[in-house]
Design a protein around this ligand. Structure first.
Ligand SMILES: Cc1cc2nc3c(=O)[nH]c(=O)nc-3n(C[C@H](O)[C@H](O)[C@H](O)COP(=O)(O)OP(=O)(O)OC[C@H]3O[C@@H](n4cnc5c(N)ncnc54)[C@H](O)[C@@H]3O)c2cc1C
Length: 398
């Protein structure tokens, strides 16, 4: 079996692995990213691409820690999007710079006062009625309409931009065996996509494999108790011909629906998450679609929902275990000898996760003086994944 060596073997090519690998090469480390499926093809390309600044999590005050943590992140992303930050995202497409926030329930006193407070802090702005988009003009929401100034990114262009500096070092294969030594992990025995077995050796190993971190935790002795999954059945709607970005809130602390939109060649696809997707994970696809249609008719009555084609996409959020079973308040890293297991918990947290990883004793001491990495470019390279609406889904009218 041929052996290949570099400073850091990163397992998983989602936002976490790619962002961290970019930071490591900028620091002068040699890096290989091992991807078992397709770059971004786990949660990253399935995400809604919202760079949360905390408004969604601060609506009722219940997630105050998350809301505060999130406030520091959008400026760091903005610097990267303007090519003056820690990774180069100048070519990434920004789909929207703001989202609407509205309610259809009459008795949301707490929500209204939270919004008024946030408006004073400059996080949200109330939209004067004469400026309401057409979709809100007919059958207007009860109460006010707000805009939240949070960016929505095209995740495919983000994955593509992060993959670019790593070209030649993005290897496609699956782990067959974890080879452990006295000081931690010695190597990974990997079956490349063409079937060739190779050994990947590193001074350090970073597992940023999303749901794949579960098997790393098992193999390294952390056990299943270190991880949790929270499934979503996202809903896709196409045929409306225009985009919408926003959150419809009810008396619940979570938005009932969070809507983002992505361009198709002649149309837009609306991607619906939030509580409807969490509840949908407990239902079958048809039931999810029927309920979502009913909900959307109530939330946005001006939209011609009968003309829409619908589909579902089931995806697990893979996270470090939180005692509440809910979204952990920040990114998380487990360390074991020369091995780190990492979860961002949110796409927007990727910069913070990379800070945590690079500050760890094992990565902060790299690279050692004269270390000559192997050439990985002759090995089969991982391809970039597809967005949910470009996958073979079953579309139907209701
Ligand atoms: C539907 C949905 C919507 C979301 N919306 C948002 C949002 O709007 N804003 C936000 O901030 N966050 C959002 N999130 C959360 C965010 O998407 C995730 O926190 C983030 O993408 C996780 O990134 P990751 O790199 O850790 O994992 P992933 O993107 O899952 O990447 C892990 C990668 O590792 C690979 N892999 C797995 N096992 C192995 C193995 N054994 N060997 C090699 N490779 C392996 C996988 O194929 C995958 O490519 C959303 C999540 C979901 C599911």
């Amino acid at each position: 079996m041929d052996a290949y060596h570099c400073n850091v073997v990163v397992v998983g090519g989602g936002i976490a692995g790619l962002w961290t690998a970019n930071r490591l090469i900028r620091k002068g480390c040699s890096v290989v990213v091992l991807e078992s499926n397709a770059l971004g093809g786990g949660q990253t390309l399935a995400s809604q691409g919202i760079l949360h600044g905390g408004v969604k999590y601060g609506i009722d005050g219940a997630n105050r820690d998350i809301a505060l943590r999130l406030r520091e992140l959008p400026p760091r992303w903005l610097a990267c999007l303007e090519d003056r930050g820690e990774v180069a995202l100048g070519k990434v497409r920004v789909l929207a710079r703001e989202q609407h926030l509205w309610s259809r329930d009459r008795f949301l006193g707490g929500f209204a006062s939270a919004m008024a407070r946030k408006a004073m802090q400059g996080d949200v702005e109330e939209v004067p009625k004469h400026n309401w988009p057409e979709v809100f003009q007919k059958n207007p929401p009860s109460g006010s309409l707000y805009v939240v100034k949070e960016l929505v990114l095209d995740t495919l262009s983000a994955v593509t931009a992060l993959a670019k500096p790593l070209e030649g070092n993005l290897v496609a294969g699956t782990i067959e065996r974890f080879v452990r030594g006295e000081s931690g992990l010695e190597s990974l025995e990997v079956a490349l996509v063409d079937g060739t077995p190779v050994r990947l050796q590193g001074d350090a190993f970073v597992f940023a494999a999303g749901a794949g971190n579960e098997s790393a935790c098992q193999a390294l002795g952390f056990g299943p108790a270190a991880t949790q999954r929270r499934p979503l059945r996202m809903v896709l709607a196409r045929g409306l011909g225009f985009p919408l970005y926003g959150h419809c809130v009810t008396a619940s602390p979570k938005p009932r629906a969070t809507i983002t939109s992505n361009p198709l060649s002649q149309d837009w696809v609306w991607y619906l998450g939030g509580e409807i997707a969490e509840k949908g994970a407990l239902l079958d696809p048809l039931e999810t679609l029927e309920r979502t249609k009913k909900e959307m008719e109530r939330m946005l009555p001006a939209v011609p929902w009968d003309s829409v084609e619908w589909a579902c996409h089931y995806v697990d959020r893979a996270e470090p275990r939180d005692s509440s079973g809910q979204l952990p308040p920040e990114p998380h890293v487990l360390a074991h000898g020369n091995t780190l297991i990492a979860w961002p918990a949110k796409l927007v947290y990727a910069p913070l996760l990379a800070d945590k990883l690079l500050a760890s004793p094992i990565l902060s001491s790299l690279p050692p003086a004269a270390s000559q990495p192997s050439d990985f470019s002759a090995l089969p390279q991982a391809r970039i994944g597809r967005l949910p609406w470009d996958l073979p889904l079953s579309w139907s009218r209701l």
